[in-house]
Design a protein around this ligand. Structure first.
Ligand SMILES: [Fe+2]
Length: 388
């Protein structure tokens, strides 16, 4: 079987990296940019360094901060209008997944005519966007290194994806752990488990991608060692840096080798119960890995080894799956990830009612093992109960 590894954004990493944004824009001859962030980022003062850097380098900028939580095509169109009217020459996003998706969507519109909905359902933007700089403030989505932009289609009331290498892939991703130092423990856990799921799923799908595998294994090991520390003590600089870089590595892995059942279940639970992406995916990942173990036992064994487990005693595919699944449940306890059953208003019946969506999810074709309806319902029940 052949495999391709081609999606990789240039990245500048390390404490203080975001302070180079002005210089990086100037190197490309950019004189005016649109700076995209949201209220949470503004309240935390996370754009101060970036704005000073732009001013020091003589780069003018307009601000767009009306970012929707699950960015809609309507909100992105508003950002595109701001960018077009100001005749900007670059797009800069500073924030979590919603902000980075909004910046990507705006960049589609900087190179291509409205409406954004023309590029849904596989209609690709043909023209390149502007130079785009993506600066994450959470260690989770890895969106700074992927070419996907996830948009809520308001008319159709569903999420859709625009994949575009020449509009959505960072000209430069800037991963600055300093911007994540104040992230509260709960958000650190929710975004960090998403990064873990990206890595673990990419390494266990029905494809082969040795380069993604290597990135995923490194990210898994780092996250298991350092995410609990970042949750317990947000001021732990080494842990923050390891989590930030691991999220980017996992993002690069899944830009080349897609996730499977953890995200199928996570998307379905999240959409049905309106839960944050990381919380829903985190509820599903242990059971998803355990379920596919008899189809891809050696891949699951490799995840266990990357987690630091001694896998030599796990001989058959079922015991490999259970050993890794149990370790993931323990990891979730260490990072104090809230359980589904502790969420207000979330019942077992409501979680199981998400079952029709699971096998329709875009990640389902990448699962190494197919689900029956009964298995889907049973797994959803186990995800609610928090058992394998
Ligand atoms: Fe995810």
């Amino acid at each position: 079987m052949t495999s391709t590894f081609s999606i990789c954004a240039p990245a500048l990493m390390g404490f203080g990296a975001s302070l180079a944004i002005g210089e990086k824009c100037a190197e490309l001859g950019v004189k005016k940019a649109i700076l995209v962030f949201d209220q949470g980022v503004e309240n935390a003062g996370l754009t101060k360094g970036v704005e000073k850097s732009l001013k020091d380098a003589g780069i003018d900028y307009v601000v767009f901060k009306d970012v929707a939580a699950d960015p809609t095509d309507v909100s992105i169109e508003a950002g595109g209008k701001v960018g077009r009217e100001a005749k900007v020459e670059a797009v800069i996003g500073v924030g979590g997944g919603s902000v980075l998706d909004t910046a990507k969507g705006i960049n589609v519109l900087m190179g291509n005519p409205s409406p954004l909905s023309d590029y849904f359902l596989g209609g690709k933007p043909t023209n390149p966007g502007l130079p785009i700089f993506l600066i994450p403030t959470t260690g989770g989505t890895g969106s700074e290194c992927t070419l996907s932009c996830i948009v809520t289609d308001v008319k159709a009331r569903r999420k859709t994806t625009i994949r575009s290498k020449n509009c959505n892939l960072s000209t430069l991703a800037i991963v600055d752990p300093e911007l994540m130092m104040g992230l509260p423990p709960l958000l650190t856990a929710i975004t960090g488990i998403d990064a873990f799921a990206h890595a673990a799923e990419c390494a266990t799908n029905n494809k082969t991608n040795p380069v993604s595998d290597a990135l995923a294994k490194e990210a898994i090991g780092n996250l298991v060692r350092h995410l609990p520390r970042a949750v317990a003590d947000g001021s732990d600089r080494e842990a923050r840096e390891k989590v930030a870089i691991s999220a980017m590595m996992a993002g690069t892995a899944f830009a080349n080798s897609l996730p499977h059942l953890g995200h199928c279940f996570g998307h379905s639970i999240g959409a049905t119960l309106h839960l944050p992406h990381g919380l829903a995916v985190g509820a599903a990942i242990a059971q998803a890995l355990c379920f596919v173990s008899d189809a891809v036992p050696e891949k699951i064994r490799a995840v266990g080894s990357a987690m630091g487990l001694d896998m030599s005693s796990a001989g058959d595919p079922i015991s490999i799956g259970r050993k890794v699944g149990e370790a993931v449940l323990k990891f979730k306890e260490e990072i104090k990830l809230p359980a589904l059953k502790d969420q207000k208003g979330v019942t077992r019946e409501a979680v199981v009612s998400a079952h029709p969506l699971v096998t329709k999810d875009g990640c389902y074709p990448f699962s190494a093992k197919k689900l029956t309806e009964d298995q889907t319902k049973e797994l959803l029940g186990k995800m609610y109960d928090g058992v394998l």
